[in-house]
Design a protein around this ligand. Structure first.
Ligand SMILES: CSC[C@H]1O[C@@H](n2cnc3c(O)ncnc32)[C@H](O)[C@@H]1O
Ligand SMILES: [Zn+2]
Length: 436
């Protein structure tokens, strides 16, 4: 296919190979895919007919992958701050969800999250929430890449009443999305403490048969371990291992409580960890031992969690926090260096979701999921090393342009497929309803 678009930038950071920074290079796109990566002078001579765009002060990087979120919870941002997980969930969030969550809530909350994520350079998110068909529809309408969770939980909600119904509705969605180029599904049992063995075994069999990932909160707090020891006589991961859940398609979210033997189990099984440092800090859940996991060979990705426990959907911010916190927890300033943090926020997220053949790095043949970040402002001067600036100094406000599968969703900080004014108006309506 002939090159249709040439994006020329001061820096291109492909993420694979690790740490590489290319100066004055261009990406050639063809039909929404990366078809060329070469020095700009050569690219201009070779592809004179391509639509050319210059990014003279920018780095082009792979779009960020948000490996764990609850997009629609953006409408609950700030409703119950400064509480620990179980009090936050059982006394505030779950009652609000029982009262308010319906198709309209998920539509408007997802749109708000999509707008925030795109403006933050995110091109793919892994979601877990009620009414996943609405999340899938909204992601698809705006052109975002998404993995939508087929949720399973023992308690009833406005979406389904019991595990069998959650699973059968989920399978209907899987069928409806079959062949969708941007939106796919993962099985998403909520947590070990909220899903019983029987539905876990059933979804584990389905996930293997249908080759879909499993996405679950695991070992989020010390209280979760205590409760499992009392109820089941074993720690949650041991129970999940007995049910054969850990494996290359398993995405374990949080993982703040880990023994060395458990880290070994994660590494041996090929399980990915979705690290959500800001949510873990805000709920005082604990610290994920990222440096130990990386050293053991575990694929560590980065998630924001929902906006009700964070309170933003900013993967760049999480990437910086992951690098800083990783060093502090390890007691080693060389732990989680900047290129590792950038890889966690991009390619490792794609790998956790089984999408590393498609996205997560700027490599030939992959989808053109690209983020442009301007690095000539005061905040990133003088610039010695663009990867250092991206991780330790820059912020999401420097993101100017975002493409998913070659389609530009953000142009000079303006959303091209979402109506920002209408999204804010609807968010305000919800605020009025929830807290009149
Ligand atoms: C079954 S839909 C997802 C469910 O998860 C809740 N949730 C949001 N953040 C967290 C978290 O950090 N730990 C556990 N559960 C969380 C959300 O409110 C939905 O009810
Ligand atoms: Zn979560």
């Amino acid at each position: 296919m002939p090159i249709d678009t040439l994006l020329s930038a001061r820096w291109i950071i492909p993420v694979e190979p690790d740490g590489l920074v290319l100066e004055h290079h261009s990406l050639g796109l063809a039909g929404g895919r990366i078809a060329a990566l070469l020095p700009t002078a050569e690219a201009r001579a070779r592809y004179p007919d391509a639509a050319a765009e210059e990014f003279p002060h920018h780095a082009l990087i792979p779009g960020f992958v948000n490996a764990h979120t609850h997009a629609a919870m953006s409408l609950l941002r700030g409703v119950a701050d400064d509480r620990p997980l179980m009090e936050w969930l059982t006394e505030h969030i779950w009652p609000l969800e029982q009262r308010w969550v319906d198709e309209d809530f998920v539509r408007d909350g997802t749109d708000l999250a999509l707008a925030e994520m795109i403006r933050g350079g995110i091109t793919c998110f892994n979601d877990m929430y009620f009414f996943p068909e609405i999340t899938a529809r909204q992601a698809s309408l705006c052109g975002m890449r998404a993995v939508v969770g087929l949720i399973v939980v023992d308690f009833p909600s406005a979406w389904a009443t019991e595990p069998d119904e959650y699973l059968s509705k989920g399978l209907e969605l899987l069928e409806a999305l079959n062949g969708d180029p941007l939106v796919s599904v993962a099985f998403a049992p909520h947590a070990p403490y909220s899903v019983s063995d029987e539905p876990l075994s059933r979804l584990r069999r389905l996930a293997a048969e249908l080759e879909r990932p499993i996405h679950m909160h695991v070992h989020e707090t010390a209280g979760e371990i205590e409760e499992s020891l009392q109820r089941h006589g074993v720690r949650p991961l041991e129970r999940l291992a007995a049910l054969d859940l850990p494996g290359p398609g398993f995405v374990a979210v949080h993982m703040t409580q880990l023994t060395d033997a458990e880290i070994d189990l994660l590494a041996r099984s090929g399980t990915s960890v979705a690290h959500c440092p800001e949510s873990n800090l805000k709920l005082a859940s604990g610290f994920c031992p990222v440096a130990k996991l990386v050293a053991a060979g575990v694929n560590v990705a980065i998630g924001t969690d929902g906006a009700a426990s964070n309170n933003d959907l900013d993967v760049m911010g999480e990437m910086r926090m992951a690098a800083l916190l990783g060093k502090a927890v390890a007691g080693d300033a060389s732990a989680v260096p900047a290129p590792t943090a950038l890889r966690m926020a991009t390619l490792n997220g794609a790998r956790a979701l089984g999408l590393d053949g498609e996205t997560g790095s700027l490599e030939l043949g992959k989808a053109a999921d690209i983020t442009a970040i301007r690095l000539d402002g005061i905040e990133t001067q003088p610039l010695y090393n663009p990867i250092s600036d991206l991780v330790y100094a820059a912020s999401r406000h420097q993101v100017t342009d975002v493409w998913v599968a070659g389609k530009r969703l953000l142009h000079k900080r303006e959303l091209t497929t979402l109506d920002a004014v209408e999204i804010c108006r609807r968010a305000q309506d919800w605020r009025q309803k929830l807290m009149p």
